[in-house]
Design a protein. Structure first.
Length: 72
């Protein structure tokens, strides 16, 4: 994750929102929130398990929540 967020410097004016998807088993949430604060970029962390529920079970509310956060 660090290399992805560090590369953000090259794209600084263009990035407004980062949607980060990874497994629940990874311990990356704290890192993501650190980089969110450091670079002042809105982030959303979604697990692959949640994405699977959205796709397979049609959990539309989750997608709506993500869109509302990005629109804020």
């Amino acid at each position: 994750m660090r290399s992805v967020m560090e590369k953000r410097r090259c794209l600084a004016p263009k990035i407004e929102f980062v949607l980060f998807i990874d497994s629940e088993k990874n311990n990356t949430h704290a890192d993501l929130k650190y980089y969110e604060a450091r670079y002042k970029i809105l982030t959303q962390h979604i697990t692959t398990e949640v994405v699977e529920n959205i796709v397979k079970k049609g959990h539309k509310q989750t997608m709506e929540n993500i869109m509302h956060k990005n629109a804020s």
